[in-house]
Ligand binder design. Structure first.
Ligand code: DC
Length: 205
């Protein structure tokens, strides 16, 4: 059975948590597509031109433990604005989405460009302050020393770059269900998302 769930939204809105939760609940495979851009950004910082890094990306590149630093976040958003980089990554993402048994992909352009025919599309957002606070907690938990104000500035800069780029900008698909997680607990967000998936799965039986 092919069944695709597309989850898009800005940084730290809760996409990853919802995507992982849905994958676990329904036994779907999960791809965090931000990791592809992070891996390309990481390799750019190490000296490889981003177009080459994207064309030769290997699975082990996205398993690197150093992809979540603020430096890599910024680099990933820069390489994500390069059309050749995006084009080189399309095939891998569509193959993943079409796999048997169901797939959840989270990113910025899944419902609009990568999987316009996804069975469920969610656009997950939260206020910039809430997102910056969540990301700051994650970073300080992981041992990074950074102020909340600096994280907010990074989040706003990335939002701007991701939404204003010409190729596949961050925006909700016309048929996406909008999800504001600012005041939701993780359990509430997951329950609502799971109920949308359940409805679509039942409609296909
Ligand atoms: O989801 P994330 O924060 O790990 O993503 C890192 C960067 O990658 C983000 O700033 C924009 C880019 N990205 C993208 O352009 N398209 C995607 N489908 C996923 C991520």
């Amino acid at each position: 059975m092919q069944f695709t769930v597309a989850i898009d939204g800005p940084a730290a809105a809760g996409k990853g948590t919802i995507a992982r939760g849905l994958a676990e609940t329904f036994g779907f495979a999960h791809l965090d597509t931000g990791l592809l851009y992070r891996a390309v950004g990481r390799r750019m910082l190490d000296g490889t031109p981003p177009e080459i890094a994207a064309a030769t990306l290997r699975l082990r590149d996205i398993a690197r433990p150093d992809l979540r630093t603020p430096e890599v976040s910024d680099a990933s958003s820069q390489v994500a604005a390069i059309a050749e980089v995006r084009n080189a990554l399309v095939h891998f993402q569509r193959d993943f989405a079409g796999r048997d048994g169901g797939a959840v992909l989270d990113g910025r352009d899944i419902g609009t460009v990568i999987c316009p025919d996804a069975h469920v599309k969610l656009f997950v957002s939260a206020t910039p302050e809430v997102r910056a606070y969540r990301r700051w907690l994650e970073l300080t938990d992981a041992g990074h020393e950074i102020s909340e104000a600096d994280v907010l500035a990074d989040v706003l800069a990335r939002d701007k770059r991701d939404s204003e780029r010409e190729d596949a900008p961050l925006k909700p698909a016309a048929d996406a269900v909008m999800f504001d997680t600012s005041r939701m607990t993780i359990d509430e967000a997951l329950e609502q998302a799971a109920s949308l998936v359940r409805t679509q799965l039942e409609a296909r039986r």
